[in-house]
Design a protein around this ligand. Structure first.
Ligand SMILES: CC(=O)SCCNC(=O)CCNC(=O)[C@H](O)C(C)(C)COP(=O)(O)OP(=O)(O)OC[C@H]1O[C@@H](n2cnc3c(N)ncnc32)[C@H](O)[C@@H]1OP(=O)(O)O
Ligand SMILES: CC(=O)C(=O)O
Length: 526
């Protein structure tokens, strides 16, 4: 099986993303995770750039990675400075790595306008730089910056820069689409021409400015490149780098190429989510292979078919990349998920029965009002039970009041008072909280805990509000999603109203009733 080298640059090019700033500890955690995933190279940073990157490399002198080779990144030497005196090279050598990656100029525009040296001097800079680092005993990966633009404007000069790096001992030439503006067909044609002119193996490093980074990386592998550079989740300057996550999935599962083991592939979802968490970036739900929605089915026709045979609407089994199939319940879902949920709840429901039609109608009416059940699993279960009259009321509300108070100098305070009845016994309590919903939640659970002690073992873990008709301003409806948790499970409930407190109350009541239902609570004196 042909082997492809995965080269990860999340810690260097990925850190050039707007909004990302890794600490040394973050970088170390990510490097260790990537090592477990099985990438061949981890570009740890630019030690000539800043102390943080230099400190990062210190950690691996003491505790090396298990599998991957750590590489230190830098530019070719500065014009007019001998390689031995260039501080960037001194930092690379001090970092203790056995592999260095340096980027050099391929494009005559950059040589003239950015480096401001002659074309010949740039070739000399490349030769000197590669020769020096190789003579110091390092494996050298040469990143030909802007190679595809360079080729378009001056093919012969671009080719000469590669030959300069090759002749001086580089191990691999990586062709970079630095500005990310190259079409796939153009990229493949350039690679074919380069292969006729150089002996060294080729790598590919592309940016995503056309949304083609993954496609271009894959086409480059098909054209013969043996190394793919990219970042986890496609982080990187401007529109990002090629996303290594789908690249790994495609190389392994669609092209049968050796890059990680089957076991390592199962870590793909975990690695992607871990890196987005540490990077403090929102995970894209629709990210191929690993997103929350990558194997989520919403349309009734799809759901019906997936129950019969998952291959009907899935390109691979989600478990192969550590993801899971999800069935979303909504007004578009038809009867199949309702029947399945009923089966899970051990409720008798037949496809064409009036009960099933009633549940579908109720679901569609509520979604029309603004409810959304695809994330609110617990509210959906309560809805089915209510519709089938398999539901008991654990308490009856007589009324609540919520006060939010702000004095001229003091902090803002919230207090809720609640009056309810449980099996004919009236309870009247009050509680304060961090905000009005928290106060209401505390008061409700305080009122119920004497009757149902299990409510003390749950808490509210997330609270989301979405305005539904923004054009109506403050009179718009809001949808509140509440996530609750006990020692074993977490569940989500939903409420909709024009009043945010009422919407929150509806979601809170579902949340508590769900807990009581799932724990088999009984009404006092029942
Ligand atoms: C395509 C890429 O993503 S390459 C990666 C780029 N990464 C970064 O820039 C992040 C880290 N960079 C840094 O910390 C700094 O920019 C440093 C340490 C590299 C340089 O800092 P400074 O010496 O202050 O220079 P400054 O950042 O202002 O300008 C960049 C210099 O690099 C030079 N340069 C750019 N590319 C190269 C190259 N391939 N080889 C040699 N020199 C280069 C430029 O000509 C410019 O020098 P000049 O102003 O003397 O002409
Ligand atoms: C080297 C690099 O990061 C680039 O050319 O995009």
């Amino acid at each position: 099986m042909k082997k492809i080298e995965l080269y990860d640059t999340t810690l260097r090019d990925g850190s050039q993303t707007e909004g990302i700033s890794y600490s040394v500890a973050d970088k170390i955690k990510i490097a260790r995770k990537l090592d477990e995933l099985g990438v061949a190279y981890i570009e740890g940073g630019f030690p000539g750039s800043n102390p943080k990157d230099r400190m990062f490399f210190e950690e691996f002198k003491k505790h090396p990675l298990k599998n991957a080779a750590l590489t230190a990144f830098g530019a070719t030497r500065k014009a007019g400075v001998a390689a031995k005196d260039d501080p960037v090279f001194a930092a690379i050598l001090h970092s203790g790595v056995r592999v260095a990656t340096i980027f050099g100029k391929s494009w005559d525009l950059h040589v003239r306008d950015v480096l401001r040296v002659s074309l010949e001097e740039n070739l000399e800079i490349i030769r000197d730089s590669v020769k020096y680092l190789v003579a110091e005993g390092l494996e050298l990966i040469y990143d030909a910056e802007h190679f595809f633009d360079a080729y378009k404007h001056n093919r012969d000069y671009a080719m000469a820069t590669l030959l300069a790096a090759q002749d001086c001992g580089a191990r691999l030439l990586c062709l970079c689409d630095t500005n990310g503006g190259t079409l796939t067909s153009q990229l493949v044609a350039v690679i074919a021409d380069v292969q006729k002119n150089v002996k060294l193996p080729l790598g590919i490093h592309v940016h995503n400015d056309l949304g083609l980074a993954v496609a271009n990386s894959i086409a480059a592998v098909e054209a013969g490149c043996v190394q793919v550079q990219g970042t986890i989740n496609g982080y990187g300057e401007r529109c990002g780098n090629a996303d290594l996550i789908p690249i790994v999935g495609i190389l392994k599962l669609k092209m049968g190429l050796d890059c990680v083991t089957d076991e390592q592939l199962k870590e793909l979802t975990e690695v992607s989510h871990f890196v987005s968490e540490i990077s403090n970036m929102k995970q894209a739900d629709n990210q191929p292979f690993v997103g929350k929605s990558a194997f989520a089915h919403k349309a009734g026709v799809h759901i019906n078919a997936v129950y019969k045979n998952p291959k009907s609407y899935e390109h691979i089994e989600p478990e192969r990349v550590g993801n899971v199939r999800r069935i979303l319940v909504s007004e578009l879902a038809g009867k199949t998920p309702i029947l399945t949920k009923a089966e899970e709840l051990k409720l008798q429901l037949k496809k064409d029965s009036p009960d099933t039609k009633r549940v579908v109608k109720l679901l569609q009416d509520l979604e029309h009002e603004g409810y959304q059940f695809e994330a609110a699993d617990a509210s959906f279960e309560i809805l089915v039970k209510r519709a089938l009259k398999q539901y008991k009321k654990f308490f009856e509300l007589e009324g609540f009041r919520v006060i939010v108070e702000k004095r001229q100098k003091g902090t803002i305070t919230s207090e809720a008072t609640i009056k309810l009845k449980v099996g004919g016994v009236q309870e009247h309590t009050s509680s304060d909280g961090d905000g009005p919903v928290n106060a209401l939640d505390n008061a409700l659970r305080k009122a119920l805990k004497g009757f149902y002690p299990v409510v003390s073992k749950m808490h509210l873990s997330d609270f989301k509000v979405r305005v539904l008709d923004a054009k109506d301003g403050t009179a718009a409806k809001v949808r509140v999603l509440i996530q609750s948790q006990d020692e074993r499970d977490s569940w989500t409930t939903v409420g909709v109203s024009e009043n945010i407190i009422e919407a929150s109350w509806l979601a809170l009541v579902d949340s508590i009733e769900y807990k009581l239902l799932k724990d088999g609570a009984v009404l006092p004196h029942e």
